[in-house]
Design a protein around this ligand. Structure first.
Ligand SMILES: NC(=O)C1=CN([C@@H]2O[C@H](COP(=O)(O)OP(=O)(O)OC[C@H]3O[C@@H](n4cnc5c(N)ncnc54)[C@H](O)[C@@H]3O)[C@@H](O)[C@H]2O)[C@@H](O)CC1
Ligand SMILES: Nc1ncnc2c1ncn2[C@@H]1O[C@H](COP(=O)(O)OP(=O)(O)O)[C@@H](O)[C@H]1O
Ligand SMILES: [K+]
Length: 495
């Protein structure tokens, strides 16, 4: 079984480099392997004899550029090298790397980049510490201005490795060669869009070193949770596959609950019931078949239903209404200690009241699924949660604060657990940006929890399966299609 893909922050990567060097591999060897991987990528992109411009920066990323330039010149490419700063000010292994380069060193301010067929961006990597200004900024603008393909070394210069944000200006690469592990910026937006196709080169840093330095951040994918996916056994009873309860909104707001319910059923929850306000029973009854229906009058109604212990997973929020009664329903659900997914109105009803949720979800598996707007409303007045630049950090802090797994939606959905584990989802499609798509996601996650998946695994699997279903369906997708696409995704996963 493939291992989960570890994503390393800049400081974790520095420690992995240092540990590898301490264990006996000289740093210059790591740099030579990095530079060679870059040269190989150039060979795959451009025929021999092409004109390659390498733009090196003052740090070790620039050192990788010197190694690649040297190898490419030896192989018959017409290489020009431009350096930001002076050779005398190079430090560390970059000094040694630059010694291999026998050609001229041009200055970035008069670099003839327009003449190149391909540009290698080795200005800055994981060591970027501030916004680009002056000559560095000019160099990036000029690289981008050529319209020529750019290959980024480690990451596109100007992108913050840990947050994926643009520090003033950033190189727009068609391809990136990174080393040992992807960095958060290769998955988070906008960094992902600036990176182009990302390739991870093995430079001799061992998996066990990556594991030792990992802060618990992963790329979301089946390797994280496939082992936990439920498969019914020969003699399985439907009650062993769980019973998901989805609360419906009022008479004119019932569709969201049905989308969630259908998704829960498709992902394998043995039974699914919509809990409907009395005035909406008729409209719900007219549109439900395999999904069952129960009358549920507000918090008291929910309390009564939950006396039956077989309801083991619950969705609250989609179209439920923003008011005190919704908060009361959340409170009933929390006290009943069932697996719980809270979305939409269940989150917005706590606008500015996040302190009521402090530690609230510690006692039962709970997943909160806000989009950016809901997240900001919920944690209004909590700068410790809202202010970090990194989406990963914001999500982790929200999870630690509430005691729930938090899934912060978007094209780069981040999922974080209170214990610090986190995953970034990247297999989606913009076609998922359609009404009701989030309701379906809730149902998938609850349906997985109903079958016994722990909250973090259920949230990760739900997000991935949801995105995969959307991507497989593609153009024309509406939310009704998502649950119907789930069986195809499951067939592939359970093979
Ligand atoms: N032995 C190692 O440590 C290895 C390092 N590698 C490469 O080394 C890179 C990291 O090297 P460094 O830590 O030296 O960092 P970088 O080369 O990314 O950049 C650091 C340098 O840029 C300067 N700088 C930072 N922000 C700036 C800004 N906004 N404007 C102008 N100058 C700025 C810093 O003062 C420093 O001189 C990785 O991305 C990777 O490409 C690889 O060669 C693998 C091995
Ligand atoms: N551009 C995109 N690329 C990938 N996934 C997206 C994109 N836009 C939205 N999504 C996904 O679609 C879903 C939308 O959920 P949400 O905003 O709650 O919609 P709704 O409220 O209409 O149900 C989320 O899972 C989100 O991650
Ligand atoms: K770079």
């Amino acid at each position: 079984m493939p291992a989960p893909e570890i994503i390393l922050t800049a400081s974790e990567m520095r420690r992995a480099d240092a540990a590898t060097i301490a264990a006996g591999t000289p740093g210059i060897d790591l740099m030579r392997r990095a530079g060679r991987a870059v040269a190989e990528a150039v060979q795959a992109m451009s025929p021999k004899g092409s004109r390659i411009a390498v733009v090196s920066g003052p740090g070790q990323n620039g050192g990788d550029g010197f190694v690649a330039a040297t190898l490419l010149a030896e192989q018959g490419y017409r290489v020009s090298l431009f350096l930001l700063g002076s050779r005398k000010r190079l430090t560390g292994d970059a000094i040694e790397a630059a010694k291999g380069w026998a050609g001229k060193i041009g200055s970035v301010d008069d670099a003839a980049l327009d003449e190149a067929d391909l540009i290698v961006d080795a200005l800055f990597g994981t060591g970027l510490t501030r916004d680009l200004e002056g000559m560095a900024r000019l160099a990036v603008d000029r690289m981008n201005g050529t319209g020529k393909p750019i290959l980024a070394v480690d990451l596109p210069s100007g992108i913050d490795s840990d947050t994926g944000e643009v520090r003033g200006v950033a190189v727009k690469a068609v391809r990136t060669v990174t080393f040992a592990a992807r960095k958060p910026c290769h998955l988070l937006l906008p960094g992902r869009a600036y990176s182009g196709a990302v390739e991870v080169a093995d430079i001799g840093i061992l998996r066990e070193t990556l594991e030792a330095e990992s802060g618990g951040l992963f790329a979301n994918g089946p390797a994280l949770w496939r082992h936990a996916l439920p498969k019914p056994g020969l003699s399985s009873h439907k009650y062993e596959r769980g019973h998901t309860l989805v609360a419906s909104g009022g008479a004119t707001r019932t569709g969201a609950a049905r989308l969630a319910a259908r998704a829960a059923l498709r992902i394998g929850s043995g039974l699914v019931t919509v809990a409907s306000p009395p005035e909406a029973l008729g409209v719900n009854a007219a549109q439900l078949t395999a999904v069952m229906l129960r009358g549920c009058d507000g918090p008291e109604g929910l309390h009564a239903i939950l006396q039956d212990p077989r309801f083991n997973a619950l969705v609250l929020g989609p179209a439920l209404g923003v008011h005190a009664a919704t908060r009361a329903m959340v409170s009933v659900a929390v006290h009943a200690r069932r697996s719980l997914v809270l979305d939409a109105d269940a989150l917005t009803s706590f606008e500015g009241l996040a302190s009521e949720l402090h530690g609230a979800f510690r006692h039962a598996p709970t997943v909160l699924t806000p989009h950016g707007g809901e997240f900001n409303r919920l944690f209004k007045g909590h700068p410790d949660i809202l202010d970090p630049e990194s989406k990963i950090e914001r999500t982790r802090r929200a999870a630690a604060y509430t005691g729930a797994v938090v899934l912060l939606k978007g094209a780069d959905t981040v999922i974080a657990a209170p214990d610090g584990r986190a995953a970034i989802n990247e297999n989606g499609t913009p076609y998922l940006a359609t009404a009701g798509s989030g309701d379906t996601l809730c149902g998938l996650i609850a349906g997985l929890m109903a079958q016994g998946l722990p909250a973090f695994e259920a949230a990760c699997a739900g997000a991935w399966i949801h995105a995969e279903a959307g991507a497989q369906f593609g153009p024309g997708l509406i939310s009704e299609d998502l649950a119907e696409q789930v069986p195809a995704v499951l067939r592939e996963l359970l093979r």
